[in-house]
Design a protein. Structure first.
Length: 162
């Protein structure tokens, strides 16, 4: 097993934009609280990112193609609206101004879309949990967190809960 060691050239105060990747698990409130406090302490912009898994959209599309009355785009919009409302509710209790927090939703493979957001948004730090919706830690090969840790071009801070 190879170990990759990355040297961080910038001091912590160089973190001007923090992306927190949320999966809407039971850990999301704690993860958002941690990332928002960190952003406030570092005077950094906070970007909340969520990826609607393309597999869920494809499943709905498959049902729609069989002739059932299901609207894939309406499903995607309702999921995004539900998640956006949940984020806004969670942000109200945190040390941030909710209107100043950018919230981004993408549809696709979570790992790919999160890395794309890191690049497109000029993110300096990614904050994410080890546990997602399945409540399994990173022991699963191919998990989103493991791939982000391996391939992120910026430092990744993992938050772990027991």
């Amino acid at each position: 097993m190879q170990t990759l060691i990355l040297e961080v050239q910038e001091p912590m105060n160089a973190f001007k934009k923090i992306l927190v990747a949320v999966a809407f698990s039971k850990y999301t409130p704690t993860l958002l609280a941690y990332a928002s406090e960190m952003a406030q302490n570092l005077n950094a912009e906070l970007v909340v990112a969520n990826v609607i898994n393309i597999r869920n959209i494809e499943a709905i599309s498959s049902v729609e193609s069989m002739g059932y009355s299901v609207d894939t785009e309406a499903y995607r919009k309702s999921i995004e609206e539900e998640r956006r409302n949940e984020i806004q509710t969670l942000l109200k209790d945190l040390p941030v101004v909710p209107e100043e927090v950018r919230v981004i939703f993408k549809v696709g493979h979570p790992f790919e879309k999160l890395l794309q957001m890191v690049q497109e948004e000029g993110v300096d730090l990614v904050v994410m949990g080890l546990k997602g919706r399945t409540d399994l830690e990173h022991v699963l090969l191919g998990s989103v967190a493991e791939k982000i840790f391996r391939y992120s071009p910026v430092p990744v801070l993992s938050c772990r809960w027991k």
